[in-house]
Design a binder for this molecule. Structure first.
Ligand code: ATR
Length: 270
């Protein structure tokens, strides 16, 4: 049976084995998928040993940059992200590195009836999670994409690195302007119970969609604040399932249905 896994450290709480098991059941694909704790000091050795038998792997914290360096070839979206979350053994025995995070987020938004084309968007954060979504976002041709970060220099660097792909610029959390169509929280501030200090006037009640890339049993701190301002909200569970579906497609050429898997995960969280 074809062998897949997710490499991370720690990895015990990963939802990926459950998601891919449900995808395999639903599509009838014959595969085995397991969570694998890679050693912090020898990711490359661990991954190479796995791929003597293995067919593909997801990669999560803290190994996405190491997987990027390990890959023999890279998709354009992975090259731009500077990070790899999906590895696939190619016919010649090499490793293809891909990044399905941004495509997963775009798909989740599209499935909610939200198209990015022509929209004004603010992204909060400038770490690896945000870097991973910028190329797929700009490919959808938004009207304006602003990046704000606690450390402003990192937002400026990211905006410069992607400026050739579309209308992206950096701004501060104190940016003032017309309300936005979409605000993405790509910071880990919700983990600390913090909300990036942006102005409530950036939200138009009943219109602005606030999307936290984090998720949990309860609404995230950011989404609770956003809902209080009248925003529509969505958390990152949909992105989690969609990035997995995109990886499944990269490996198997089959696109699973995501809605029943999201419903099952949501049920387990509650
Ligand atoms: P990831 O790979 O999840 O993006 P990361 O690269 O460590 O993780 O980035 C974390 C992001 O969350 C950064 O943008 C960070 O801001 P800084 O660049 O200023 O560190 C942001 N962040 C973390 N905690 C935050 C908080 N309490 N308030 C606002 N931003 C926060």
């Amino acid at each position: 049976m074809d062998h897949y896994g997710v490499f991370g450290n720690p990895i015990g709480h990963s939802k990926s084995p459950l998601i891919h098991r449900l995808f395999a059941e639903q599509t009838g694909e014959q595969l085995r998928y397991e969570a694998l704790a890679a050693p912090l000091d020898d990711f490359a050795g661990f991954a190479r040993a796995f791929f003597r038998q293995g067919h593909g792997a997801n990669v999560t914290v803290p190994f996405k940059e190491e997987a990027y360096r390990l890959a023999d070839t890279l998709s354009e979206r992975a090259r731009r992200a500077g990070a790899v979350n999906t590895l696939k053994k190619t016919a010649d025995g090499g490793l293809l590195g891909d990044n399905t995070d941004g495509a997963g987020l775009v798909r989740d938004l599209n499935s909610q009836g939200f198209s990015l084309r022509g929209k004004r968007i603010l992204i909060l954060g400038a770490g690896g999670a945000v870097r991973g979504i910028l190329e797929p976002f700009l490919a959808e041709q938004p009207a304006q994409l602003l990046i704000a970060n606690r450390t402003p220099a990192k937002a400026a660097l990211l905006a410069d690195a992607f400026a050739d792909l579309g209308p992206v610029s950096a701004c501060g959390f104190d940016w003032q302007g017309e309300p936005l169509d979409l605000i993405i929280n790509g910071t880990s501030a919700s983990l600390a119970g913090d909300v990036p200090p942006i102005g409530a006037t950036l939200i138009r009640s009943g219109h602005t969609l606030c999307y936290d890339m984090m998720y949990g049993a309860m609404p995230t701190t950011f989404n609770r604040w956003a809902a209080e301002q009248g925003a529509l909200t969505r958390d990152g569970l949909g992105m989690l399932v969609e990035q997995a579906a995109e990886a499944f497609f990269v490996w198997r050429g089959v696109r699973p249905e995501t809605a029943p898997v999201m419903a099952e995960l949501r049920r387990q969280l509650s």
